[in-house]
Design a protein around this ligand. Structure first.
Ligand code: UDP
Length: 234
């Protein structure tokens, strides 16, 4: 597919214009970063896997009544999406203690979180994406209180759809990060949902099947990403 002008280049994706003013093209790269881009590397075919996994999950969520930016997958690495103004909040949903939550609150990795919790992080690389509260969202004008209520409702809905989907495939959905955007004044789910943005543990072995293998140098990174693709789309 012929690509338009590069609008934005992030750590894992490039965004291009298309012939349609309301749509953009997401191009998924193999570049991997962690710890606020202090660690960099390549995960071979990651872009292809994240594009296909995201497509499957966006389709599932749309069927379940969650509005998303997904329009069509154009090629192995390209996804056509609705153009949005991204709400600069990283929305994290947690079902099991892991990562920064374990560190920050001294909780034991692997403990179930019931009911699941939703956290906000200010999407700002220069500040290292700090954890923020509702009042900071208002202070920084990141979203209105009404939008924040809607974002939380949608995030929990996404969790209630994805958790059983992954459980049926022998995977524990530990936690994940979502981004929302405004399209024609409406909040919709944007970005990607992939092993880069979720923690998945194999139900049987509890082994990580996601970017933690890169973050923690656990090896067999590509194998894990391919296994996720097989279980999600296979
Ligand atoms: N996450 C993400 N992008 C980020 C930070 C976190 O996709 O910039 C995801 C991460 O993969 C995990 C969840 O959000 O699934 C919670 O991450 P956590 O806060 O534990 O941060 P980390 O351990 O990555 O520092």
């Amino acid at each position: 597919m012929a690509t338009g002008t590069l609008i934005y280049e992030g750590k894992a994706k490039k965004i291009f214009t298309t012939g349609h003013p309301d749509e953009v093209l997401q191009y998924f790269k193999d570049d991997a970063t962690a710890f606020n881009a202090q660690k960099r590397g390549t995960i071979v075919e990651k872009g292809i896997i994240n594009n296909k996994v995201s497509e499957r999950l966006f389709r599932l969520l749309e069927q379940s009544g969650v509005p998303t930016h997904f329009v069509e997958r154009k090629s192995d690495r390209e996804m056509l999406t609705k153009k949005v103004a991204i709400v600069p909040i990283e929305v994290v949903v947690r079902n099991v203690v892991a990562g920064s939550l374990a560190k920050r609150l001294g909780l034991k990795e692997g403990e179930a979180i019931l009911p699941p919790i939703v956290e906000w992080y200010y999407k700002n690389d220069a500040l290292g994406d700090p954890l923020i509260a509702d009042d900071h969202v208002r202070l920084l004008n990141l979203a209105t209180p009404e939008q924040l209520v809607e974002i939380k409702r949608l995030a929990l809905k996404v969790n209630s759809v994805l958790q059983p989907f992954f459980a049926e495939r022998g995977m524990i959905l530990v936690d994940f990060k979502l981004e929302f955007g405004l399209h024609s004044g409406r909040l919709i789910l944007a970005d990607e949902i992939s092993p880069d943005t979720c923690r998945f543990w194999d139900q049987a072995t509890k082994e990580s099947m996601d970017k933690d293998r890169f973050r923690k140098d656990l090896g067999k990174i590509e194998e894990a990403y391919h296994e996720v693709l097989k279980r999600v789309c296979g």
